[in-house]
Design a binder for this molecule. Structure first.
Ligand code: CA
Ligand code: CA
Ligand code: CA
Ligand code: CA
Length: 480
């Protein structure tokens, strides 16, 4: 505690208050309510002010501390670190930094080091295509030599034994949780080319073992044919999967030649098929459903919003983001339109979906090919329908290459990459928080980000050069 130069004892201070006629109440009732007023009525000497003695609940004369946060004004400080902002008790030496656009700890940097970086799994240059479960907690990636799948969860990396992926040229993987409490039970999909036939294969990981659940040599049936390999040239890629926590799951994929990493590419047909989880995983029926086409960047995210009910986010070539409902039954019902976000631009896509109790969050990249903004929209889940909550929220950003969304206690958190930089913002009742730089990687971010929300926000990324699996843990805010 600082020394008080002039610490009026309770009786003296109260005599002063009474003598000025500020109140007629007893000293106990007086409390500290009139300390600020006392400064106006009875101006103290320079660098002094009437302040609240919280222990005794009386006004005392002390070195100036206008915001009463126990850090003295910079011009008057006689001991300790000065208050860099003596008009705001949220900013003072010794406080923790928080995401509010202010320098809370008075170190002349705003919103710095909000994330503590932890490396997991050591240095490894062998991380290929990478995916996250929709809650951002579990990563799944391909290692090329030997060709295998590995999981990344709870800070640990583990290679899956069992069936190795079949084929070559795996460009993407997908993962969904099969058990809410067990991180080692996953629904898995990957694309590859085997026996000259491009395909998507689904399987299951359980207790460290991966099992192919479709005929790995044949894969899932392609659109419009009922056959698994009607031709060897139709590219099948960018799978996504979701599980409803019970018996139903879906797998989606893209067909065609368009490069979904290139801005402004032609649209790709989107196929979907229902899967049954018993707990073995098997496709239901042999005819996939065409649910539309993907004209924007990235694949088509899909999440479960209830039993047998799923929502997918497609980007049209004309620059709209559409939310479609997929319903599992005897077979997968054709997609029902739920919502459209308009004017998304040529650089639209990279959509992310996330679910919290009773609410669906949608985030996507909008704008041009070299510059972008991030948009976030919230929906109340009403049975099998969605009801928009509020307006679309826009966040200024540069050339966003990866995007992730997660629910947090106060609303939603969104993280994205611009070149090597990872950025972060929160969306709550008060609007969008300032944007914080979470971390800057040595290499441009080229793999999806995992963002785990809840009480402790964790942002996970892969730094391709020198090859590090990083977790960035949000430092708890220590503000009063
Ligand atoms: Ca102060
Ligand atoms: Ca202050
Ligand atoms: Ca600071
Ligand atoms: Ca701050």
């Amino acid at each position: 505690m600082r020394a008080r130069l002039v610490a009026a004892v309770a009786g003296l201070a109260l005599c002063a208050c009474s003598a000025l006629g500020l109140t007629d109440v007893t000293p106990q009732e007086q409390g500290c309510r009139d300390c600020t007023e006392l400064n106006l009525v009875d101006p103290p000497p320079a660098c002094m002010s009437w302040q609240c003695d919280r222990v005794n609940q009386v006004c005392v004369l002390d070195t100036e501390d206008l915001d009463d946060d126990d850090a003295q004004s910079a011009a008057c400080v006689l001991e300790g670190e000065p208050d860099c902002d003596d008009l705001d008790p949220r900013n003072a030496p010794g406080l923790g930094e928080c995401l509010d656009g202010q320098d809370n700890d008075c170190d002349e940097a705003i919103d710095e080091e909000l994330f503590a970086r932890v490396q997991v799994g050591g240095a490894r240059a062998d991380v290929g295509p990478l995916a996250w479960t929709s809650d951002g907690a579990i990563g799944l990636f391909v290692t090329p030599s030997p060709l295998a799948l590995s999981t990344w969860s709870g800070g640990a990396v583990a290679a899956l034994t069992g069936d190795p992926p079949v084929g070559s040229n795996i460009t993407s993987v997908a993962a969904a949780r099969l058990n809410a409490t067990r991180p080692d039970e996953l629904l898995v999909a990957y694309d590859s080319v085997a026996n000259l036939c491009p395909r998507v294969t689904v399987g299951r990981a359980a207790m460290g073992v991966f099992s192919e659940m479709t005929d790995a040599a044949a894969g899932l049936p392609k659109l419009g044919s009922g056959q698994r390999c009607p031709d060897a040239t139709t590219r099948v890629f960018a799978p996504s999967v979701a599980h409803d926590g019970e018996r139903d799951a879906v797998a989606l994929w893209l067909e065609g030649d368009a490069d979904r990493e290139a801005c402004g590419a032609e649209a790709s047909p989107v196929g979907a098929i229902q899967l049954e989880v018993t707990p073995a995983v098997a496709p239901v029926g042999t005819d996939p459903v065409a649910i539309g086409s993907q004209g924007g960047l990235g694949g088509v995210p899909v999440v479960a919003i209830g039993a047998s009910t799923f929502v997918a986010a497609l980007t049209s070539a004309s620059g709209e983001v559409q939310l479609l409902r997929l319903t599992a039954g005897a077979s997968l019902e054709a997609a029902a339109h739920l919502h459209t976000e308009t004017a998304c631009g040529a650089g639209c896509g990279r959509a992310a979906l996330s679910v919290r109790e009773g609410e669906l969050g949608l985030a996507y990249r909008a704008g041009g090919c070299d510059d972008a903004e991030i948009r976030v929209r919230r929906f109340a889940i009403d049975g099998a329908d969605l009801r928009p909550i509020g307006d679309t929220i826009a966040i200024d950003a540069g050339d966003v290459s990866r995007l992730a969304l997660a629910p947090i206690a106060s609303g939603w958190a969104v993280a994205w990459s611009e070149g090597r930089a990872l950025r972060y913002a929160e969306i709550g009742a008060g609007g969008v928080s300032p944007i914080a730089l979470a971390y800057e990687q040595t290499a441009a971010v080229t793999t999806p980000l995992g963002l785990e929300g809840g009480e402790d926000v964790v942002l996970r990324s892969y730094d391709a050069n020198p090859g590090l699996l990083d977790e960035h843990r949000r430092v708890p805010c220590a503000l009063p």
